[in-house]
Design a protein around this ligand. Structure first.
Ligand SMILES: [Zn+2]
Length: 529
């Protein structure tokens, strides 16, 4: 038996063995309401597990569980529709299971003790066989534990238990640090050169893109002209072509971009406030305008948004609504006023086709696409490229508004993470993000800065300072100090060498990325394969 086959058999035995054991234990106590509920919950997790296994090829993770409540109804429906055969099959399984459950409930079914003992023996022998296969070729119990524990943790239903455990630890830690965070303030915050800036109007905009991968931006070399409006002003942008995110989903990535936390110190995002508060302390009016779903639960991104003076959510339309609202907010900024505006887009999140109006249905029938793909994949790439085409339109509209206001202004655009899009040949069905293993396209993101001419006149040499680092490798945890410099703020214990404006900035020797289990994975600067 090959190593791969042994692995599959071992996992299969463990999964089925544990599932049979748990199910028979629950059935044995089925007359108790709690056991009944647990069994129903167990069935729900079987479906979640199967969906994730088939669509993403891996176990349920804490990063996935954390993002479930953040996923809006429309995104869920779109995701399920994107995996239509899988969803239909699983729905059928679920219906049959519910039918059987209700039937057994009504007839008050009781399994005979003999049958339960039989199931228990089957379960125990399957688990034992799995352990025996895992143990073969591994000497010593400690080595065996080291080899088998991570594998067992990735096996259903232990992966679900493990992921819930990690979410619970997160929750407790967030609660424990909440008091410190509530009173947190950055120390010694000042506006650099504040005397000369007293009468100057200043607006800084941070555009948070969603699921935008760098590879599909013509601004960064894609052969389809997906970003013509930004391409046209390319010379006035400072492009960073080697920036990657620190995680592969929104909820894990953005706290690392907007607070002082890095993957190795992610707890900092729970005990400290974000860049929004730093700007507030420096005297800026702060705005959080979002086209994402307003979270019903407290989560890291909702907490960051809530730090802003003005929080506004669209009704779930197109990202262009953000541009309209930005214009209205800018019109209200008084002469000499200072504002920082965060725009949180829905960008290129699946379902792609729902992210842009019909007038932006520009790329069709795979025409001009750099890769030949099967029909369905080709259509999804067309739709994805249309989302980038629409993002290009919106970001350019924001820049035009800033240019018209004749104020000192600057804009940073980045995406929270990238996306897989059938990157490994004709038989690759993988699209989406937040996979158990990290791919290059899931973390490579577009990142650029624009500065108004009034800003450049007031801050001579600024753009050259930034351009000097444009060839560098960087990650989103460099954003915090970069924004501090862009807005001309200072505070005590700055880590200013992390800023892309700093002449002390150095490309890292490796990339640190949080995987969906929230473990830090280090990659060579070239990134994952
Ligand atoms: Zn995201």
């Amino acid at each position: 038996m090959t190593r791969g086959a042994a692995f599959v058999v071992q996992h299969g035995l463990l999964t089925v063995g544990l599932s049979v054991g748990l199910a028979s234990a629950a059935l044995a106590a089925y007359h108790r309401p709690l056991a009944r509920r647990l069994l129903h919950l167990f069935l729900f997790f079987i479906l979640l597990e199967l969906f994730y296994r088939f669509a993403y090829g891996g176990p349920v993770s804490s990063g996935l569980l954390l993002s479930v409540p953040e996923t809006s109804k429309r995104e869920t429906v779109e995701l399920l529709a994107g995996h239509v055969i899988l969803t239909c099959s699983l729905s059928l399984v679920a219906l049959l299971a519910i039918y059987a459950m209700v039937g057994s409930w009504n007839t008050n079914i009781r399994l005979p003790v003999r049958r339960i003992i039989q199931m228990g023996i089957v379960s125990a022998s399957m688990v034992a066989a799995s352990l025996a296969i895992g143990a073969s070729g591994v000497d010593g119990p400690r080595r065996m534990a080291a080899v088998m524990l991570p594998e067992a943790e990735a096996t259903f239903p232990l992966d679900v238990v493990n992921a819930f455990g990690a979410v619970a630890i997160d929750f407790v830690d967030t609660r424990r640090r909440a008091a410190a965070r509530a009173v947190f303030e950055f120390r010694g915050v000042t506006l650099v050169d504040h005397e000369s800036r007293r009468s100057a109007s200043e607006v800084y905009v941070v555009v948070i893109g969603e699921t935008s991968r760098r590879e599909n931006w013509s601004l960064f070399g894609y052969t389809r002209a997906t970003t013509p409006r930004l391409d046209a002003i390319r010379d006035s942008l400072v492009l960073f072509g080697h920036v990657s995110s620190n995680a592969t989903n929104t909820i894990l990535s953005l706290p690392l971009a907007l607070t002082r936390a890095a993957p190795a110190t992610r707890g900092v995002a729970r005990s400290e406030k974000s860049i929004v508060t730093l700007f507030k302390q420096a005297g800026f009016a702060t705005f959080w305008l979002s086209n994402q779903e307003r979270s019903v639960l407290s989560n890291p991104i909702a907490r960051i948004a809530a730090e802003a003076d003005h929080v506004w959510f669209t009704g779930g339309g197109f990202d262009s609504e953000l541009v309209g609202e930005l214009g209205e907010e800018m019109a209200r900024i008084p002469e000499g006023g200072k504002a920082v505006i965060f725009l949180h887009m829905e960008g290129s999140h699946f379902g792609y086709v729902a992210r842009y109006p019909a007038s932006f249905d520009h790329f069709r029938d795979g025409q001009g696409a750099p890769r030949q793909l099967p029909e369905r994949q080709s259509r999804l790439v067309d739709e994805y490229d249309n989302t980038v085409y629409f993002t290009d339109h919106n970001v350019r509209a924001v820049i035009d508004k800033l240019a018209q206001c004749h104020c000192r202004s600057g804009l940073v655009f980045f995406s929270d993470h990238g996306e897989r899009l059938f990157d490994n040949g004709l038989t690759d069905n993988d699209f989406g993000h937040g996979f158990p293993t990290i791919s290059r396209q899931e973390i490579e993101i577009p990142f650029f800065v624009w500065m108004s001419s009034a800003y450049q006149e007031a801050n001579p040499g600024r753009i050259e300072q930034l351009r000097a680092n444009a060839g560098s490798v960087a990650q989103l945890h460099n954003l915090f100090e970069t924004l501090v410099d862009l807005a001309g703020v200072d505070y005590h214990d700055r880590a200013s060498s992390l800023s892309l404006f700093s002449d002390k900035f150095r490309s890292p020797l490796e990339l640190d990325v949080l995987n969906m289990d929230q473990d830090t994975v280090a990659f060579d600067v070239a990134g994952p394969p």
